[in-house]
Design a protein. Structure first.
Length: 366
């Protein structure tokens, strides 16, 4: 009787263990089949990130470090028909956050190339790397960042902001008439209270808000009014709303928000109490994809959530490390994102087919 009881206990334990294993495998399958036929899109560059597509899907813009002689990202435009690549940023200073015009032959990006010390700062970074000095990753809120537009050759560059302060993270609206961006210009152009000045001295990102302006740089309006970092704005497919990330006061967490393009009706979409950022609308307008470290401090994975934030976010990727900065192709059938799932653990672009029907099913939107 005793042996029979022990056998029953072991049998029950084994059954529960197998059930748990099957559940885990099922959950993995549910997560991983959002993206299929995925592959590394970039490989010749030192590191690459943030790719975005023109509406006709004939052009892709991205930032890349291609040589040890230039330690900062530059902006590149790829012709997706013939595969040719053109550098469109000047080559000096730091550049980031590119975007391609929905219909015209224009590229948007942020750069510090007009900083008088741009070349000296580049050389200093080269020397630091040669010395072997280790440096933890930290985003640079350089006050000389301005937003520029240029043609597809990079030969006609126009400064759209021309204001001291961090002006970056810009994107055109779907009709190309407006630009949303992030800026801490107020810290340089307005008189701050003693409390604000102290906050800015400790962390320049606390003064970064979301702004909107006409495509020619005129009629600048501030949309958010907080003492935390509001950044990474993108327009919804219909151009009526903006999605962005808002950091907590500690800077250790961030959540996803949306609002109307006049700054009204601000809605918190996620409540994960983690670092959730890089939100982007699916072209259907039904859900948002973003990156978060729900699975561990340095393990960023892609998740999706409905645009009202009423559903539980659903995990998309299942790779240890960094998966972020996701963007859908304009037809909604594929996805491109930045990941360090490479042998060198350096950021590169990855691309795969996107299962829209699965996303609707998992979010109960059908």
């Amino acid at each position: 009787m005793k042996k029979h009881t022990q056998f029953t206990h072991r049998s029950n334990w084994l059954t529960r263990w197998l059930s748990l294993l099957l559940l885990c495998l099922a959950m993995d399958a549910l997560a991983t089949d959002f993206i299929t036929e995925d592959y590394q899109l970039s490989d010749k560059e030192v590191r690459v990130g943030e790719a975005y597509y023109r509406a006709d899907m004939k052009w892709m813009v991205y930032q890349a470090e291609v040589s040890e002689q230039n330690p900062f990202y530059q902006i590149y435009l790829k012709d997706l028909v013939n595969g040719k690549v053109q550098q469109v940023s000047p080559g000096d200073g730091k550049t980031t956050c590119a975007w391609v015009h929905p219909s015209q032959e224009k590229v948007l990006f942020s750069s510090t190339h007009e900083d008088a010390d741009a070349k000296a700062k580049m050389q200093a970074e080269i020397e630091r790397r040669k010395s072997g000095e280790k440096q933890s990753y930290a985003w640079d809120y350089d006050e000389f960042y301005d937003i520029y537009e240029t043609d597809f050759t990079g030969g006609k560059i126009k400064n759209l902001t021309n204001t001291l302060g961090y002006d970056a993270e810009a994107s055109w609206s779907p009709d190309g008439k407006l630009i949303a961006f992030a800026s801490n210009r107020r810290a340089y152009t307005e008189k701050l209270s003693d409390e604000e000045a102290e906050l800015f001295k400790k962390d320049p990102s606390t003064m970064i808000d979301i702004y909107i302006m006409n495509a020619d740089g005129s009629n600048v309006k501030r949309l958010t009014h907080t003492r935390v970092y509001d950044g990474g704005p993108f327009f919804s497919p219909d151009g009526k709303r903006i999605v962005w990330r808002r950091f907590s006061e500690s800077g250790r967490e961030a959540e996803i928000f949306t609002m109307n393009i006049d700054g009204s009706d601000q809605k918190q979409i996620t409540r994960l109490n983690k670092l959730s950022w890089a939100p982007f609308y699916h072209p259907s307008g039904q859900y948002i994809i973003f990156s978060t470290n729900m699975e561990g401090h340095r393990n960023f994975e892609l998740y999706i959530v409905d645009v009202e934030g009423k559903k539980e976010p659903i995990r998309v990727t299942e790779k240890e490390g960094f998966d972020g900065l996701p963007v859908f192709t304009p037809d909604g059938k594929s996805i491109t994102w930045t990941s360090d799932r490479t042998p060198e653990k350096k950021g590169h672009l990855f691309h795969g087919k996107w299962n829209h029907e699965k996303a609707l099913q998992r979010l109960s939107l059908q």
